[in-house]
Design a protein around this ligand. Structure first.
Ligand SMILES: [Zn+2]
Length: 275
C-alpha cells in the first residue's frame, strides 16, 4: 500500500513536470508538444538527466546547467504539489473512497486545476485551451463514470449522469456569468468557463458547493489582504479600488473544487445537521 502510494507520488511529479511546460507555454501561445523542454533564458535544450522531477532542481541548485540562469522555484513547487495530491487521491482510492474510473477523472481534473491556478496567478488569465476541452471531457466522462444524482431518469443511468453533468455546466458557468453581468466586470470570462468545466466534472450539487466555498474563502482572504494593504495605502478607498488586483478568482475555484471532492459530502452533512 505504501509502496504503491510512493509510485503514484513519483508519477504525480512527472505529470507536474509536464504541467510546468503547460504553465510556461500555454499563456505564451506556444505548442506544448514541440520542441522539447528548453531553458527560458538561453534556449538550450534540457538534457534528459537534468529533467528528473524534484531531484534535478536540487542537483542544479535551481540554476540552468548551460547559462546558470535562475530556474523559477515554481518548477519545484508544481512537481511536489502534483505528486502530493496524486498520492492523496490514490491513498483515498485504496481506502475505497473512489472507484477506479472516478480516481482517473479526478486526477485529470486536478492536473487541469493546478495548471490553471499557476497560470492565473502569474498572467491573470485562464486559457480556453484548458477549459474548453475540459468541459467536453467532463460531459463525455459522465457517460462512463456515472454521477450519483437523483433524477427522474434514474432508470437510465447514462442519461441521468449526462443531465447532471450538463446541469453542472449551467450552474457553474451560468452563476458566474450572472455575477459577471451584475458586477460589471468583477468576474472574468475565464472564471466563467472554469466554473463550467468544474460543473461538467462534478455535477450541479458539488459545483454549487464549490462556488459557495470559493466565494467564502475569497472574501476572507480578500479582507485580510485589504487590511494588510491598508497599512501601505493612503486610504480605505484606495485599498478598495485595488482589491481586484489582489488575487484572481481561479485559484479559489480550483482549491474549493479539491476540497469538495474530498470533503463535499461531509460539509453537506455538517450543514444540514446544524440548519
Ligand atoms: Zn539556460
Amino acid at each position: 500500500m505504501i509502496f504503491r502510494t510512493i509510485v503514484t507520488f513519483i508519477l504525480g511529479t512527472c505529470v507536474g513536470s509536464f504541467l510546468n511546460v503547460c504553465i510556461w507555454r500555454l499563456p505564451r501561445n506556444k505548442s506544448i508538444i514541440t520542441p522539447r523542454s528548453y531553458c527560458p533564458s538561453c534556449r538550450a535544450p534540457v538534457r534528459g538527466c537534468d529533467n528528473i522531477p524534484l531531484i534535478s532542481y536540487f542537483v542544479l541548485k535551481g540554476r540552468c546547467r548551460n547559462c546558470r540562469g535562475k530556474i523559477s522555484p515554481r518548477y519545484f513547487i508544481v512537481e511536489l504539489l502534483t505528486g502530493m495530491i496524486f498520492a492523496l487521491f490514490y491513498f483515498n482510492y485504496l481506502l475505497g473512497n473512489f472507484p477506479p474510473g472516478e480516481l482517473f477523472l479526478y486526477l485529470l481534473l486536478t492536473s487541469a486545476l493546478i495548471a490553471i491556478t499557476f497560470i492565473d496567478f502569474e498572467h491573470k488569465i485562464i486559457p480556453d485551451k484548458i477549459t474548453y476541452p475540459g468541459i467536453v471531457v467532463g460531459l463525455l466522462a459522465s457517460l462512463i463514470v456515472k454521477h450519483q444524482a437523483p433524477f427522474i431518469f434514474s432508470h437510465i443511468p447514462e442519461l441521468n449522469s449526462l443531465i447532471d453533468s450538463s446541469l453542472g455546466v449551467l450552474a457553474g458557468g451560468g452563476l458566474l456569468w450572472a455575477i459577471a453581468i451584475l458586477s460589471k466586470g468583477g468576474m472574468g470570462g475565464g472564471d466563467i468557463k472554469l466554473g463550467a468545466m468544474i460543473g461538467a466534472f462534478l455535477g450541479w450539487q458539488p459545483t454549487l458547493l464549490t462556488l459557495l466555498l470559493a466565494f467564502f474563502v475569497g472574501a476572507v482572504v480578500g479582507v485580510i489582504l485589504m487590511l494588510l494593504k491598508l497599512f501601505t495605502s493612503k486610504s480605505l478607498k484606495a485599498a478598495w479600488k485595488k482589491r481586484k488586483s489582489f488575487i484572481p478568482f481561479g485559484p479559489y475555484l480550483a482549491l474549493a473544487a479539491l476540497v469538495v471532492i474530498f470533503k463535499g459530502q461531509a460539509i453537506m452533512d455538517w450543514y444540514f445537521r446544524i440548519f
